[in-house]
Design a protein around this ligand. Structure first.
Ligand SMILES: [Zn+2]
Length: 163
């Protein structure tokens, strides 16, 4: 039985500990709101998670316990196993309808092809039609080889392959 849009829980928001930078980047590309700090200590992470109602993803069992109901201990080492783990435990449900900047977590905005002309390599401009910009760091994204690798991984995990 499928649920209507209104019955769906809003997606969880996360904060990832310093061990989980790669997972944080992938969750952002899947559209999830994930904060990440290289240098925050445990107390700062806990305060941030509580202040913003974020689930704290961590490889540290003691930290997960300290976070109480907001703590999510990640048991697996590899990215794919970690994504499976989060799915099996109901914390994520495949890619969302939007994508966030893997570098800074802001929602990517579509931009006109013409506006990308001066900002991407000529070959990319000639072969791609859809471009996105991060409103925060102003990086330009397009569905290149890297994105194909991402969607291939999603397909391997049983999630829809995006065009
Ligand atoms: Zn960015």
């Amino acid at each position: 039985m499928s649920m209507t849009q209104d019955e769906r829980q809003p997606p969880h928001r996360f904060v990832a500990d310093a061990m989980l930078g790669r997972l944080a980047k992938w969750l952002r590309m899947m559209g999830y709101d994930v904060t990440f700090f290289n240098d925050a200590d445990d107390l700062a992470l806990l305060r941030h998670a509580r202040a913003e109602g974020r689930l704290l993803l961590t490889r540290d069992r003691a930290l997960a316990r300290r976070a109480g109901s907001l703590g999510v201990m990640i048991h697996h080492q590899t990215l794919e196993a970690q994504l499976k783990e989060l799915t099996a435990r109901g914390f994520i449900d495949g890619p969302l309808d939007e994508t966030r900047c893997p570098v800074c977590n802001a929602r990517l905005q579509p931009i006109a092809k013409e506006d990308a002309r001066e900002r991407v390599p000529p070959y990319v401009y000639q072969t791609q039609d859809e471009f996105y910009e991060c409103p925060q760091c102003h990086r330009i994204y397009w569905a290149g080889t890297h994105w194909q690798n991402v969607t291939r991984t999603w397909a391997a995990l049983g999630w829809k392959e995006e065009e």
